[in-house]
Design a protein around this ligand. Sequence first.
Ligand code: ATP
Ligand code: MG
Length: 335
Amino acid sequence: RICQRYRECRDDIDTLTPCFLSVYESLIPVEEEKAKQNKLLQLLQKSINKEWPNAQLHLYGSCANTFGFSNSDVDICLAIDDSNMSRNEMLLKLAEILQSDNLQNVQALTNARVPIVKMMDPKTGISCDICINNLFAVVNTKLLKDYAQIDDRLHQLAFIVKHWARSRAINATYQGTLSSYAYVLMCIHFLQLRKPAILPCLQEMEATYVLAVDDTECAYFDQVEKLKNFGAQNKEGIAQLLWAFFHHWAYHHDYTSDVISVRTGSIISKQLKDWTRRIGNDRHLICIEDPFETSHDLGRIVDKHSIKILREEFERAADILQYDPNPSVTLFEPY
Ligand code: ATP
Ligand code: MG
Protein backbone atom coordinates (compact mmCIF):
# COMPACT_ATOMS: atom_id res chain seq x y z
CA ARG A 1 0.00 0.00 0.00
CA ILE A 2 2.88 2.39 0.77
CA CYS A 3 4.15 2.40 -2.80
CA GLN A 4 0.64 3.14 -4.05
CA ARG A 5 0.25 6.10 -1.72
CA TYR A 6 2.58 8.36 -3.61
CA ARG A 7 1.98 7.27 -7.15
CA GLU A 8 1.02 9.81 -9.73
CA CYS A 9 -2.16 10.07 -11.67
CA ARG A 10 -2.27 8.49 -15.16
CA ASP A 11 -1.23 10.84 -17.99
CA ASP A 12 -4.49 10.65 -19.90
CA ILE A 13 -6.75 11.49 -16.94
CA ASP A 14 -8.19 14.65 -18.53
CA THR A 15 -9.35 12.74 -21.59
CA LEU A 16 -11.79 10.94 -19.27
CA THR A 17 -13.57 14.14 -18.21
CA PRO A 18 -16.12 14.22 -21.09
CA CYS A 19 -17.27 10.65 -20.29
CA PHE A 20 -17.79 11.47 -16.62
CA LEU A 21 -19.59 14.69 -17.52
CA SER A 22 -22.05 12.73 -19.63
CA VAL A 23 -22.65 10.33 -16.73
CA TYR A 24 -23.28 13.38 -14.56
CA GLU A 25 -25.71 14.90 -17.07
CA SER A 26 -27.68 11.67 -17.30
CA LEU A 27 -28.27 11.82 -13.53
CA ILE A 28 -29.72 15.35 -13.35
CA PRO A 29 -33.50 15.23 -12.83
CA VAL A 30 -35.78 16.79 -15.42
CA GLU A 31 -37.71 20.00 -14.61
CA GLU A 32 -41.13 18.27 -14.57
CA GLU A 33 -39.95 16.25 -11.60
CA LYS A 34 -39.49 19.43 -9.55
CA ALA A 35 -42.90 20.78 -10.60
CA LYS A 36 -44.58 17.54 -9.49
CA GLN A 37 -42.87 17.72 -6.10
CA ASN A 38 -43.90 21.35 -5.56
CA LYS A 39 -47.49 20.62 -6.49
CA LEU A 40 -47.62 17.81 -3.96
CA LEU A 41 -46.09 20.10 -1.33
CA GLN A 42 -48.81 22.70 -1.92
CA LEU A 43 -51.57 20.09 -1.66
CA LEU A 44 -50.16 18.79 1.61
CA GLN A 45 -49.76 22.32 2.95
CA LYS A 46 -53.44 22.98 2.29
CA SER A 47 -54.69 19.85 3.95
CA ILE A 48 -52.45 20.33 7.01
CA ASN A 49 -53.46 23.98 7.43
CA LYS A 50 -57.10 22.92 7.84
CA GLU A 51 -56.06 21.33 11.11
CA TRP A 52 -53.05 23.52 12.04
CA PRO A 53 -53.44 27.00 10.47
CA ASN A 54 -49.93 28.15 11.47
CA ALA A 55 -48.01 25.06 10.45
CA GLN A 56 -45.43 25.37 7.65
CA LEU A 57 -44.02 22.64 5.43
CA HIS A 58 -40.39 22.82 4.32
CA LEU A 59 -38.65 20.58 1.81
CA TYR A 60 -35.30 19.26 2.95
CA GLY A 61 -32.88 16.54 1.85
CA SER A 62 -32.00 15.90 -1.75
CA CYS A 63 -35.06 17.44 -3.39
CA ALA A 64 -34.14 20.78 -1.79
CA ASN A 65 -30.34 20.65 -1.54
CA THR A 66 -29.98 20.20 -5.35
CA PHE A 67 -28.18 16.85 -4.97
CA GLY A 68 -31.22 14.72 -5.84
CA PHE A 69 -31.66 12.14 -8.60
CA SER A 70 -34.97 11.81 -10.50
CA ASN A 71 -36.19 8.96 -8.37
CA SER A 72 -35.27 10.39 -4.95
CA ASP A 73 -37.90 10.39 -2.24
CA VAL A 74 -39.24 13.72 -1.02
CA ASP A 75 -38.23 14.72 2.52
CA ILE A 76 -40.57 17.19 4.23
CA CYS A 77 -40.33 18.89 7.62
CA LEU A 78 -43.48 20.11 9.37
CA ALA A 79 -42.68 23.20 11.44
CA ILE A 80 -45.33 23.63 14.08
CA ASP A 81 -45.68 25.26 17.46
CA ASP A 82 -48.30 23.38 19.45
CA SER A 83 -47.45 23.10 23.12
CA ASN A 84 -50.62 21.12 23.87
CA MET A 85 -49.39 18.06 22.03
CA SER A 86 -46.36 15.81 22.33
CA ARG A 87 -44.39 15.02 19.18
CA ASN A 88 -45.81 11.51 19.02
CA GLU A 89 -49.35 12.81 19.29
CA MET A 90 -48.61 15.22 16.46
CA LEU A 91 -47.19 12.41 14.32
CA LEU A 92 -50.29 10.27 14.87
CA LYS A 93 -52.56 13.21 14.14
CA LEU A 94 -50.57 13.98 10.99
CA ALA A 95 -50.96 10.37 9.87
CA GLU A 96 -54.71 10.63 10.41
CA ILE A 97 -54.95 13.84 8.34
CA LEU A 98 -52.98 12.29 5.47
CA GLN A 99 -55.03 9.12 5.52
CA SER A 100 -58.30 10.99 5.32
CA ASP A 101 -56.86 12.86 2.31
CA ASN A 102 -56.47 9.56 0.45
CA LEU A 103 -52.71 9.35 0.59
CA GLN A 104 -51.50 5.76 0.53
CA ASN A 105 -49.31 3.53 2.72
CA VAL A 106 -49.47 6.07 5.54
CA GLN A 107 -47.30 4.89 8.43
CA ALA A 108 -46.22 6.73 11.60
CA LEU A 109 -42.75 5.58 12.72
CA THR A 110 -42.73 7.01 16.22
CA ASN A 111 -39.72 4.99 17.44
CA ALA A 112 -37.21 5.89 14.72
CA ARG A 113 -34.12 8.01 15.59
CA VAL A 114 -35.81 10.78 13.64
CA PRO A 115 -39.54 9.96 14.02
CA ILE A 116 -41.45 10.36 10.74
CA VAL A 117 -44.68 9.67 8.92
CA LYS A 118 -44.19 7.81 5.63
CA MET A 119 -46.68 8.00 2.79
CA MET A 120 -47.14 7.76 -0.96
CA ASP A 121 -49.12 10.03 -3.25
CA PRO A 122 -51.06 7.75 -5.64
CA LYS A 123 -51.49 10.52 -8.26
CA THR A 124 -47.76 11.15 -8.80
CA GLY A 125 -46.29 7.98 -7.31
CA ILE A 126 -44.01 10.14 -5.14
CA SER A 127 -43.01 8.74 -1.74
CA CYS A 128 -42.54 11.16 1.16
CA ASP A 129 -41.10 11.13 4.65
CA ILE A 130 -42.46 13.86 6.93
CA CYS A 131 -40.67 14.75 10.16
CA ILE A 132 -41.69 17.33 12.75
CA ASN A 133 -39.68 20.39 13.82
CA ASN A 134 -36.36 19.00 12.67
CA LEU A 135 -34.84 22.38 11.92
CA PHE A 136 -31.27 21.07 11.81
CA ALA A 137 -32.21 19.18 8.67
CA VAL A 138 -33.65 22.35 7.13
CA VAL A 139 -30.48 24.32 7.91
CA ASN A 140 -28.02 21.67 6.74
CA THR A 141 -30.04 21.36 3.53
CA LYS A 142 -29.56 25.10 2.94
CA LEU A 143 -25.83 24.80 3.65
CA LEU A 144 -25.41 22.06 1.04
CA LYS A 145 -27.45 24.02 -1.47
CA ASP A 146 -25.35 27.13 -0.89
CA TYR A 147 -22.07 25.24 -1.32
CA ALA A 148 -23.41 23.82 -4.59
CA GLN A 149 -23.79 27.30 -6.05
CA ILE A 150 -20.14 28.23 -5.59
CA ASP A 151 -18.49 25.81 -8.01
CA ASP A 152 -20.09 23.38 -10.48
CA ARG A 153 -17.47 20.76 -9.71
CA LEU A 154 -19.10 20.03 -6.34
CA HIS A 155 -22.32 19.04 -8.07
CA GLN A 156 -20.48 16.91 -10.60
CA LEU A 157 -18.37 15.17 -7.98
CA ALA A 158 -21.23 14.56 -5.53
CA PHE A 159 -23.64 13.19 -8.16
CA ILE A 160 -21.01 10.77 -9.44
CA VAL A 161 -19.99 9.71 -5.93
CA LYS A 162 -23.65 9.17 -4.93
CA HIS A 163 -24.28 7.18 -8.11
CA TRP A 164 -21.16 5.08 -7.47
CA ALA A 165 -22.20 4.47 -3.84
CA ARG A 166 -25.68 3.34 -4.91
CA SER A 167 -24.35 1.09 -7.66
CA ARG A 168 -21.94 -0.52 -5.21
CA ALA A 169 -24.61 -0.91 -2.49
CA ILE A 170 -22.75 1.21 0.08
CA ASN A 171 -25.39 3.93 0.58
CA ALA A 172 -27.57 2.46 3.36
CA THR A 173 -27.17 3.47 7.00
CA TYR A 174 -29.25 0.50 8.13
CA GLN A 175 -26.53 -1.75 6.67
CA GLY A 176 -23.72 0.17 8.34
CA THR A 177 -22.67 2.14 5.28
CA LEU A 178 -22.94 5.90 4.71
CA SER A 179 -25.91 8.19 4.01
CA SER A 180 -26.06 10.41 0.92
CA TYR A 181 -25.72 13.34 3.28
CA ALA A 182 -22.39 11.96 4.56
CA TYR A 183 -21.06 11.44 1.01
CA VAL A 184 -21.92 15.02 0.03
CA LEU A 185 -20.10 16.33 3.13
CA MET A 186 -17.06 14.22 2.15
CA CYS A 187 -17.12 15.89 -1.28
CA ILE A 188 -17.41 19.41 0.15
CA HIS A 189 -14.57 18.79 2.58
CA PHE A 190 -12.38 17.32 -0.17
CA LEU A 191 -12.87 20.44 -2.33
CA GLN A 192 -12.14 22.72 0.64
CA LEU A 193 -8.75 21.01 0.98
CA ARG A 194 -7.66 21.08 -2.68
CA LYS A 195 -4.69 23.27 -3.43
CA PRO A 196 -5.68 25.84 -4.56
CA ALA A 197 -9.00 25.41 -2.76
CA ILE A 198 -12.12 24.90 -4.88
CA LEU A 199 -14.56 25.67 -2.04
CA PRO A 200 -14.24 28.06 0.93
CA CYS A 201 -15.30 27.27 4.48
CA LEU A 202 -18.56 29.20 4.83
CA GLN A 203 -18.83 28.67 8.60
CA GLU A 204 -15.44 30.34 9.17
CA MET A 205 -16.51 33.48 7.29
CA GLU A 206 -18.54 36.44 8.48
CA ALA A 207 -22.05 35.19 9.35
CA THR A 208 -24.77 36.59 7.10
CA TYR A 209 -27.26 33.85 8.00
CA VAL A 210 -28.01 32.97 11.60
CA LEU A 211 -30.63 30.62 12.99
CA ALA A 212 -30.87 29.30 16.52
CA VAL A 213 -31.95 25.66 16.62
CA ASP A 214 -32.56 24.41 20.15
CA ASP A 215 -29.43 25.63 21.97
CA THR A 216 -27.21 25.71 18.92
CA GLU A 217 -26.51 28.78 16.85
CA CYS A 218 -26.25 27.86 13.17
CA ALA A 219 -24.37 30.64 11.42
CA TYR A 220 -22.45 31.05 8.18
CA PHE A 221 -21.78 33.27 5.17
CA ASP A 222 -24.62 32.62 2.74
CA GLN A 223 -24.09 35.35 0.10
CA VAL A 224 -22.64 32.73 -2.19
CA GLU A 225 -23.28 34.68 -5.39
CA LYS A 226 -20.25 36.75 -4.30
CA LEU A 227 -18.06 33.63 -4.33
CA LYS A 228 -18.65 32.49 -7.91
CA ASN A 229 -14.95 32.83 -8.80
CA PHE A 230 -13.63 31.34 -5.62
CA GLY A 231 -12.19 28.19 -7.21
CA ALA A 232 -11.09 29.72 -10.51
CA GLN A 233 -7.37 29.33 -9.76
CA ASN A 234 -7.80 25.58 -9.58
CA LYS A 235 -8.16 24.11 -13.08
CA GLU A 236 -8.70 20.46 -12.15
CA GLY A 237 -11.41 18.67 -14.13
CA ILE A 238 -13.87 16.14 -12.80
CA ALA A 239 -11.83 13.05 -13.79
CA GLN A 240 -8.76 14.32 -11.95
CA LEU A 241 -10.89 15.19 -8.91
CA LEU A 242 -12.55 11.77 -8.85
CA TRP A 243 -9.15 10.13 -9.03
CA ALA A 244 -7.91 12.26 -6.13
CA PHE A 245 -11.10 11.79 -4.09
CA PHE A 246 -10.97 8.00 -4.22
CA HIS A 247 -7.22 7.99 -3.82
CA HIS A 248 -7.57 10.06 -0.69
CA TRP A 249 -10.10 7.73 0.94
CA ALA A 250 -8.27 4.61 -0.23
CA TYR A 251 -4.66 5.47 0.57
CA HIS A 252 -4.23 8.81 2.34
CA HIS A 253 -6.93 9.28 4.94
CA ASP A 254 -5.76 8.45 8.45
CA TYR A 255 -8.66 6.40 9.82
CA THR A 256 -7.11 6.03 13.27
CA SER A 257 -6.83 9.71 14.13
CA ASP A 258 -8.62 12.00 11.66
CA VAL A 259 -12.07 13.55 11.64
CA ILE A 260 -13.22 15.44 8.56
CA SER A 261 -14.89 18.73 9.41
CA VAL A 262 -16.73 20.90 6.88
CA ARG A 263 -17.39 23.33 9.76
CA THR A 264 -13.68 24.20 10.07
CA GLY A 265 -12.63 23.33 6.53
CA SER A 266 -9.85 21.19 7.94
CA ILE A 267 -8.99 17.83 9.48
CA ILE A 268 -9.43 17.71 13.25
CA SER A 269 -8.34 14.99 15.64
CA LYS A 270 -10.47 12.18 17.05
CA GLN A 271 -8.77 12.81 20.38
CA LEU A 272 -10.12 16.35 20.47
CA LYS A 273 -13.66 15.07 19.96
CA ASP A 274 -13.26 12.12 22.28
CA TRP A 275 -14.12 9.81 19.43
CA THR A 276 -11.27 7.42 20.07
CA ARG A 277 -13.14 4.45 21.43
CA ARG A 278 -16.41 2.63 21.05
CA ILE A 279 -19.23 3.97 23.21
CA GLY A 280 -22.38 1.88 23.00
CA ASN A 281 -23.02 1.33 19.32
CA ASP A 282 -20.94 4.31 18.18
CA ARG A 283 -17.62 3.03 16.89
CA HIS A 284 -16.09 6.05 15.14
CA LEU A 285 -14.18 3.96 12.59
CA ILE A 286 -14.63 6.68 9.97
CA CYS A 287 -15.37 10.13 11.36
CA ILE A 288 -17.43 12.80 9.63
CA GLU A 289 -18.45 15.70 11.86
CA ASP A 290 -21.93 17.12 11.28
CA PRO A 291 -21.49 20.83 10.45
CA PHE A 292 -24.05 22.00 13.05
CA GLU A 293 -24.69 19.10 15.43
CA THR A 294 -20.98 18.88 16.15
CA SER A 295 -21.25 16.05 18.68
CA HIS A 296 -22.74 13.96 15.91
CA ASP A 297 -20.41 11.67 13.92
CA LEU A 298 -22.12 10.67 10.66
CA GLY A 299 -19.79 7.68 10.47
CA ARG A 300 -20.86 6.24 13.78
CA ILE A 301 -23.12 3.62 12.19
CA VAL A 302 -20.14 2.10 10.37
CA ASP A 303 -19.02 -1.14 12.08
CA LYS A 304 -16.02 -3.46 11.84
CA HIS A 305 -17.54 -5.33 8.92
CA SER A 306 -18.81 -2.37 6.91
CA ILE A 307 -15.62 -0.28 7.30
CA LYS A 308 -13.78 -3.08 5.54
CA ILE A 309 -16.32 -3.05 2.71
CA LEU A 310 -16.13 0.74 2.42
CA ARG A 311 -12.34 0.80 2.28
CA GLU A 312 -12.25 -1.99 -0.29
CA GLU A 313 -14.69 -0.01 -2.41
CA PHE A 314 -12.56 3.15 -2.15
CA GLU A 315 -9.52 1.10 -3.24
CA ARG A 316 -11.44 -0.52 -6.09
CA ALA A 317 -12.58 2.92 -7.31
CA ALA A 318 -9.08 4.44 -7.00
CA ASP A 319 -7.58 1.54 -8.93
CA ILE A 320 -10.22 1.75 -11.67
CA LEU A 321 -9.51 5.45 -12.12
CA GLN A 322 -5.79 4.69 -12.25
CA TYR A 323 -5.71 1.67 -14.60
CA ASP A 324 -9.04 0.80 -16.18
CA PRO A 325 -9.42 1.57 -19.91
CA ASN A 326 -13.06 2.51 -19.46
CA PRO A 327 -13.51 3.86 -15.92
CA SER A 328 -16.76 5.76 -16.54
CA VAL A 329 -18.42 2.37 -17.09
CA THR A 330 -16.49 0.01 -14.80
CA LEU A 331 -16.77 2.29 -11.77
CA PHE A 332 -20.56 1.89 -11.67
CA GLU A 333 -20.81 -1.84 -12.31
CA PRO A 334 -23.39 -3.17 -9.86
CA TYR A 335 -22.10 -4.90 -6.79
P1 ATP B 1 -31.13 10.76 -1.27
O1 ATP B 1 -31.16 11.29 -2.67
O2 ATP B 1 -30.30 9.52 -1.16
O3 ATP B 1 -32.47 10.66 -0.61
P2 ATP B 1 -30.64 12.94 0.61
O4 ATP B 1 -29.83 14.17 0.29
O5 ATP B 1 -32.10 13.13 0.78
O6 ATP B 1 -30.27 11.85 -0.48
P3 ATP B 1 -30.38 11.56 3.05
O7 ATP B 1 -29.13 10.91 3.54
O8 ATP B 1 -31.58 10.74 2.69
O9 ATP B 1 -29.92 12.43 1.86
O10 ATP B 1 -30.78 12.63 4.13
C1 ATP B 1 -31.81 13.55 3.95
C2 ATP B 1 -31.57 14.76 4.80
O11 ATP B 1 -31.71 14.40 6.15
C3 ATP B 1 -30.16 15.36 4.67
O12 ATP B 1 -30.07 16.33 3.67
C4 ATP B 1 -29.98 15.96 6.01
O13 ATP B 1 -30.62 17.22 6.04
C5 ATP B 1 -30.73 15.04 6.92
N1 ATP B 1 -29.88 13.99 7.50
C6 ATP B 1 -29.71 12.75 7.04
N2 ATP B 1 -28.91 12.04 7.83
C7 ATP B 1 -28.57 12.86 8.82
C8 ATP B 1 -27.80 12.70 9.98
N3 ATP B 1 -27.19 11.54 10.27
N4 ATP B 1 -27.68 13.77 10.80
C9 ATP B 1 -28.30 14.92 10.53
N5 ATP B 1 -29.05 15.14 9.45
C10 ATP B 1 -29.19 14.11 8.62
MG1 MG C 1 -33.77 11.80 0.78
